[in-house]
Design a protein around this ligand. Sequence first.
Ligand SMILES: Cc1ncc(COP(=O)(O)O)c(C=O)c1O
Length: 387
Amino acid sequence: MQFVDLNAQFERIEQEVRNRIDAVLKHGKYIMGPEVNQLEKELASFCGASHALSCASGTDALLLPLMAWGIGPGDAVFVPNFTFFATAEVVSLLGATPIFVDVDPVTFCMDPDKLQDAIAAVETGNASLHPLPQLSTSHRLVPRAVIPVDLFGIAAHYEKIIPVAKSAGLYVLQDAAQSFGCEWDGRRACAMGCDAAATSFFPAKPLGCYGDGGAVFTEDPELAEVMKSLRVHGKGAHKYDNIRIGMNGRLDTIQAAILLAKLEVFEDELERRQQVADLYQSRLAACSNLTLPSVPIGRKSAWAQYSLLSSNRESVLEALKERGIPTAIYYPTPLPFLTAYKSYNYHPDDFPVASRLSEEIFSVPFHPYLSEDSVAFIADTLTSIEI
Ligand SMILES: Cc1ncc(COP(=O)(O)O)c(C=O)c1O
């Protein structure tokens, strides 16, 4: 049994993928070929955004709007403390300071009340309002942006986060690396009213390519133009007219071609993901030793992961391993406690929710092609474990 079975998907779309790759091999436009433009149009139309810009990874998709907004040294960017490293890494890479905000214990997404406290703490320099990093400078940081993460496929609490951010004058950048295809009140990820949104096409993501890839979305035509320039070395009117410092952040044409093939089955895969999740939910409903994922009313998850909580995780993982069931832990260490942020000097009590989640969380196999029998086997195994 595989944790994410990409071969099962490939068997379904093999001919389409091969045809589209062949077409690229024939026209030979490996950089910014016609498939890139077509993909961008289809991505924008899929989620209902005005502008979609493909790029080399989800990490670059986060970097591009931050760079366009001129985020840099002296700026504070609020990020959840329980996510993949890249969400905070891009902030640090630009010389700005990530301000970690604890997550909601039910959705595992950024807690909007704590965001409000964190903004007040940065604005006043008062760490008794919210834990702040220990920095070598005594200069007060300027709050500039917030990056809510749609963890495991559920849209973050935008109904509260956007008003909080706007009243503090912050940009909102949706990190939809794990949630492309999810919904909130009928709006799809990357078109949920944020200033910009980033997604990842890492192979195991809900919509993944066969390598690295990503895309950034916005309603703002000027932002889209600046990000287009940043994506290709700060390009101006032509290739050798470099008007700003940018990056080489293009998506390969071959990856765009693969994504076009995958988009054709994506709606169906989202439905299958929901069915697999429903099956897990019903089979595990009576399992009182586990906390099951919970999707708030009005939201549809993209089900990037099926993650559970157990206060006795090690025994559960051991029992699953004995029966050949692979598992993963997302994430074993909250970001503030990673070595890269050691100098911030945070204490586990600063972030009680993320600290508990990192000790209890684990994920079981999940993908659109997981059979009913496999779900039943995994669920029965989980149910039979005596804790
Ligand atoms: C929440 C989150 N943000 C950003 C990224 C970075 O995406 P990529 O690996 O495509 O650079 C990931 C990838 O795992 C992610 O899960």
